[in-house]
Design a protein around this ligand. Structure first.
Ligand code: SF4
Length: 420
């Protein structure tokens, strides 16, 4: 087992991915008193509206300040306009405790210094409100990097951990509440008492960080956040990610080893849940085993998913594409992939489409833009962004994760049966 460097195909060409604004859809649900104000164009507004759905009954916690072409006339006007929008927003919505100014890629926005704007607004209109800037620009990022940028921007705002307070575990990465609760119970069962999650549910509950903080990433796309936390003195432990029964066990083991948990205790706490997860996977093995899957680069969780699908469900990996291959983050996952797996980093869309069609996969994991054409060609697809919206981490979600891959195959086989 294990992939070495020689198996990586590095490509630079046309890409087909969402931009870093997309994570607002799950981050605004996670940090429940935060507001995300995208400083962008009408395109950005349409993306956010259609990705997040229009909230009819609730006051939304995201919006777009549209910077039009006319604003090119002078930057001072744009800054004044931004100040006016933020002032009005904070007056109308006293429930907002943290305001994110989210940059985008139109040239009018790139010219604005939103870091400076956040500082200025904190001093002038943001009494009691933390104003933080990050970029969701699609020029250089893929969509999951939007979360990395958001969390990185928050790191300087984390309080310093009290000296002598003891070691604590910081789980980093946005997780659904149900997943967070399950993982917290398991970690506490192991005897790790001081466990915090980042991002928190409330902006006034930012976790402390310092030399006694052990960082465990919940997602592989948080390299910049990890580096920022390390710069604050924290230590990162490396592990496969908590997808599937095996991934969850190895992720928890990394935490257990960092805190000196006895192997017998680890076994006693994790074995029942791991056994339940394996039973849940049994239902889908027959459906998925031997089926060929092709991953287009999109979410950055492709490699952990490929590891889960090949090792726990017997799927055959045609190609595993990822937008960026950060070996430091992903090394424990690479070691578990079948040797010789074709990995690709970056994208040259046309060439990758050719390889995919030549491979004739049973299932393609890709972005929305590619899914419809593949379906029209008779190839079953799974939208990669759905894997970020859905709770998939941990033992109790292992069966649901397998089902996400089994369902499109089942739908496709029914369509074939119904075809005249
Ligand atoms: Fe489009 Fe850029 Fe706005 Fe994303 S940030 S919606 S890529 S204009």
């Amino acid at each position: 087992m294990g992939c070495d460097d020689s198996t990586v195909l590095r490509e630079r060409g046309q890409r087909e991915v969402f931009c870093g604004l997309a994570p607002i859809v799950w981050l605004h649900r996670k940090i429940q008193d935060a507001f995300f104000l995208v400083v962008g164009s009408r395109t950005c507004a349409h993306l956010i509206q259609s990705a997040a759905g229009v909230m009819i009954f609730a006051e939304p916690r995201f919006a777009t300040a549209i910077i039009e072409e006319r604003d090119l006339a002078g930057r001072a006007d744009v800054n004044a306009e931004l100040d006016r929008i933020v002032t009005r927003l904070l007056e109308r919505r006293p429930d907002i405790k943290m305001l994110f100014l989210v940059g985008s890629c139109p040239s009018e926005v790139i010219k604005l210094d939103l870091d400076l704007a956040a500082d200025r607004l904190m001093r002038t209109v943001g009494t009691g409100v933390r104003i933080v800037h990050f970029s969701g620009s699609g020029l250089e990022t893929t969509f999951s990097q939007g979360e990395d940028a958001c969390l990185t921007a928050l790191v300087p705002h984390l309080p310093a951990a009290e000296a002598g307070a003891g070691r604590s575990l910081l789980v980093v990465g946005s997780l659904a509440e149900v997943v967070e609760g399950q993982l917290q119970r398991l970690l506490e069962g192991l005897g790790i008492e001081r466990v915090r999650f980042f991002p928190p549910r409330s902006s006034d509950d930012l976790p402390p960080v310092g030399p006694d903080t052990v960082v465990l990433l919940a997602h592989p796309f948080l390299a910049t956040t990890a580096r920022a936390l390390e710069a604050r003195g924290a230590t990162r432990v490396s592990a496969p990610f908590p997808l599937g029964a095996e991934g969850t066990t190895l992720w928890l083991k990394a935490a257990a080893d960092a805190f000196g948990v006895a192997p017998e205790r680890f076994e006693a706490v994790t074995a029942p849940a791991a056994a339940r997860a394996k039973m849940a996977l049994d239902r889908y093995r027959e459906e998925l085993s031997g089926k060929k899957i092709f991953f287009f680069p999109d979410s950055q969780i492709e490699i952990p998913l490929a590891r889960f699908l090949s090792r726990e469900l017997g799927m055959e990996l045609a190609e595993v594409g990822t937008p960026y291959l950060n070996r430091q983050m992903i090394a424990p996952e690479l070691a578990l992939l079948p040797s010789g797996t074709r990995l690709s980093e970056g994208q040259d869309l046309e060439r990758q489409l050719d390889r995919c069609r030549a491979d004739r996969p049973d299932l393609v994991v890709c972005g929305l833009g590619l899914a419809n054409p593949f379906e029209a060609e008779g190839i079953a697809t799974k939208w990669s962004i759905e894997l970020l919206f859905t709770p998939i981490q941990g033992y109790d979600q292992a069966g649901d994760l397998a089902e996400l891959f089994a369902r499109p195959l089942l739908r496709r086989s029914r369509l074939v049966e119904l075809a005249p």
